[in-house]
Design a protein around this ligand. Structure first.
Ligand code: C2O
Ligand code: CU
Length: 500
């Protein structure tokens, strides 16, 4: 796959000349670029105008240690309520979310609103956009939710995402054009916390170099590290970690969530991969899906038997339901295990947990095979800023980085890339590693250059480059990172920062 077309290459060459000129200027007498900070007045101004008119939707979240029931299996974890998934937050586009977040954890935390083009000071990234909320403290996130779609929220501190600290965030479209009888959120998560250990235990094992030693005689088999997970779709190793469970809406397959409907009804599935280290291959047994949205944005509808979601990705799909009892299976790609939910339109037994689902091996379109609806495409324009982001690192030693440099979580300057308001920016994600990475940019939704599908998280296969474009229209300091929690925590992260 070579996503860089000749036309793009010429544009890039022109842009590189411009930025090369800047680089020379910087190293001589002109001052280094100065960057906007989240407390600058432009940031708050971003949603001040709608604020007066926008309805405020208040809610309270408290992050705390709890025991949750996964469906017959209990786990001690950190969560926002009494279940493994935080409450579903629902607003209409243009409304203002006011979320009061109390931190009752023993450590600092922040909440990030994944995919939302939010004002920067509410983006919830420690150090880049706010100090962590200290234990015992409360922070109020308040911002307009500008665009409809399927999003989610999660802790952005350390490895907390791999506990119970995430949930769905659905922004309804006041002018919804799709017609359906039901709307079901399918929130997928790999689960280990409080069952086989904690995410911190996993990270310790990964970084202790078990990868290099596990094959040697006399060494114990790794407890957490995945050593035999291959995926053709992901171009090699599927993940780093084995999980005992995979969940739909916080439930294990032995006690799955059930969705009820009538035969012939149409359902809209809002599918979110909230996993930390697991891609999911999802299908509804006996049915064809019509995919309608990528990461919240409408696409020209595409038919699919199954969908592959990297961590952080979302798809919406419509389905016309048959008569009976059907499994929604989200198989942990390249791993042993699956998450399960049930669709019921009539009487009948529950299918067994390991029910075969032929659709899982059918047509699986990827985001780069999809195109945005006409109205959601970026208008054609020359690229004025080309950023090359090289994904680097390895399993052994366990380090992941950007351009060879692991992100320093205490420095806003770490792996910083500059852009200016008004620019058309291209990020070329060049994967120089032997593993796939779901790369996520905050505060913007980019366009895949090959197809035009709008995304905020894109799968970058091993040893390939994928180009994405966006308009720099939301000033701030915006994290980008691999949405594999362990890669992110190890250092595969940086920022796109607006220059002033
Ligand atoms: Cu879903 Cu930086 O995050
Ligand atoms: Cu990664």
């Amino acid at each position: 796959m070579d996503p860089v077309s000749r036309r793009d290459f010429l544009k890039y060459a022109a842009a590189a000349t411009v930025s090369g000129g800047l680089a020379v200027a910087c190293s001589s007498s002109t001052p280094q670029p100065r960057f906007i900070t989240p407390s600058d007045p432009e940031i708050a101004a971003r949603d001040r105008a709608p604020a007066s008119s926008a309805a405020v939707v208040p809610m309270a979240l408290s992050a705390r240690p709890v025991t949750v029931d996964l469906g017959g299996v209990v786990a001690n974890t950190w969560a926002f309520g009494t279940t493994a998934v935080g409450p579903e937050i629902r607003l209409k586009a243009g409304e203002r979310l006011r979320a009061e977040v109390a931190n009752d954890l023993p450590v600092g935390t922040t909440i990030h609103w994944h995919g939302i083009a939010i004002r920067n000071d509410m983006d919830g990234v420690p150090v880049l956009t706010q100090p962590p909320i200290s234990p015992g403290q409360t922070f109020v996130y308040e911002a307009v939710m500008p665009d409809p779609g399927t999003y989610w929220y999660h802790s952005h501190s350390g490895l907390q995402l791999d506990r119970g600290l995430s949930g769905p965030l659905i922004i309804e479209d006041p002018n919804e054009s799709l017609h359906y009888d039901h709307e079901w959120t399918v929130f997928l998560k790999d689960w280990m916390d409080g069952v086989t250990g904690t995410p911190d235990d996993v990270f310790r094992e990964l970084t202790a170099g078990m990868g290099g030693m596990s094959g040697m005689p006399g060494m114990p088999a790794p407890r957490y590290m995945l050593t035999d997970g291959e995926s053709a779709l992901l171009g090699g190793d599927a993940g780093d970690v084995k999980y005992p469970y995979y969940l739909v809406n916080g439930r294990i397959p032995a006690d799955p969530p059930q969705f009820a409907a009538k035969p012939g009804d149409r359902a809209r599935l809002r599918i979110v991969n909230a996993g930390a280290d697991t891609a999911f291959r999802l299908a509804l047994g006996g049915h064809e899906l019509t995919v309608t949205h990528t990461d919240g944005y409408p696409i020209e509808p595409v038919r699919a038997d199954a969908l592959l979601l990297g961590m952080g990705e979302r798809y919406d799909a419509l389905v016309t339901l048959k008569d009976g009892v059907f499994p929604i299976v989200a198989s942990a790609e390249g791993k042993n295990g699956r998450a399960l939910a049930i669709v019921r339109t009539g009487p009948g037994e529950l299918p067994p947990v390991d029910v075969p689902v032929a659709e899982l091996d059918g047509r699986i379109p990827m985001a780069w095979d999809m195109s945005a609806m006409e109205a959601d495409r970026l208008p054609p324009r020359d690229i004025t800023r080309a950023l090359d982001v090289r994904l680097t690192g390895s399993m052994s030693p366990y380090t992941w980085s950007i351009d060879g440099v692991p992100f320093d979580p205490n420095s806003v300057e770490s792996n910083r890339y500059g852009v200016r308001s008004g620019e058309r920016v291209r990020i070329s994600w060049r994967n120089d590693t032997d593993m796939w990475h779901p790369m996520h940019l905050h505060g913007h939704t980019f366009e895949l250059s090959e197809s035009g599908a709008r995304k905020d998280t894109v799968i970058v296969l091993p040893r390939t480059t994928i180009a994405t474009h966006f308009d720099a229209d939301n000033p701030g300091v915006w994290a980008f990172h691999c949405h594999n929690s362990f890669h992110q925590d190890s250092g595969m992260m940086g920022s796109v920062s607006y220059e002033i």
